[in-house]
Design a protein around this ligand. Sequence first.
Ligand code: TYM
Length: 344
Amino acid sequence: MTDHAPVAYTGPQRVLSGVQPSGALHLGNYLGALVKFARLQHGQPTFIFVADMHAITVWQEPAKLAAQTREIAAAYLAAGLDPAKAAIFPQSAVPEHAELAWIFNCVARLGWLDRMTQFKEKSGKHKERSSVGLYTYPVLQAADILVYKATHVPVGEDQKQHLELTRDIAAKFNHDYDAPGFFPLPDPLVQGPGARVMSLRDGSAKMSKSDESDYSRINLTDDSDTIAQKIRKARTDPAPLPETLEELATRPEADNLVGIFAALSERTKLDVLTEYAGQGFGTFKPVLADLVVATMGPVTAKMRDYMNDPGEIDSILATGAARARQVARPVVDEVRKLVGFWGA
Ligand code: TYM
């Protein structure tokens, strides 16, 4: 090991992100992640994968996993990802993710992982019975990102801590192996009102696949009537919508609905307030429901079309995996040399 001041990475910029195939996608996934993927693909080279290796950190039915993987791919395509622009692939089809993850397991420190809040949330009271994979999950996530030397990672706010860890691993690897600037320190892209969509039943909990109440979330597979009913039943307070963001911030449920409206209509929350301040939820909820149905309806329909053509999805995934490997393999080969492995 030698001491080096951090040297900036000067390689190409690349976008990377992924979603786990571990349950139905919801509006939070759509606004926090999928919409951004589609926007970003037009700039830098983009890699969007289905995180099936992350999914098995908790039990997944083997007979269903491949179908769940195709479903996420269908959602990507329905949200506007273009396989001619972005490489779309299953994580497990690119073994370099796992190869780099092992090396990163030896770079990351136990103390860093002990601080990860998602492990605490997911393991709950049964820490001893959790898989070891659930614990080292963020290390695999760092490998997902750095195996492509990705510089920009569009995610929801809940992933920020994992991105911090990724930066720490990149910096320690560059330092320990005397390779200044080898890995970039990637930036999370979390801005916008859709970065943290909250439960429709509780403005202090995030919208989540694992919430027991289906009324807490809008699923990408919900039909128009279900969407409208869920918004009608969403928890709110009796006051009309306020004029300022400061007032809105003191009312989490109202804040959430305004945030969803803003994200779907690509406006700011203030802009939405300017239009609806003084109106009650009796007026605002039906307008919001119409907007959600109008935006999500076509996405859901396209997703169903893709799901009816698994052969097409499989061919997109296979092509995407081959393209991804072309970038990932040389990076892992360089890493093997830096680490000093035999034959590298
Ligand atoms: P996952 O599958 O839990 O969620 C996928 C994406 O959806 C975002 N998200 C939300 N955004 C706004 N509001 C919400 N309520 C909400 N819930 C979820 C997540 O932030 C995420 O962007 N660890 C990741 C998957 C992953 C990954 C990666 C992501 C594995 N490797 C490498 C980026 C880069 C996860 O569990 O996401």
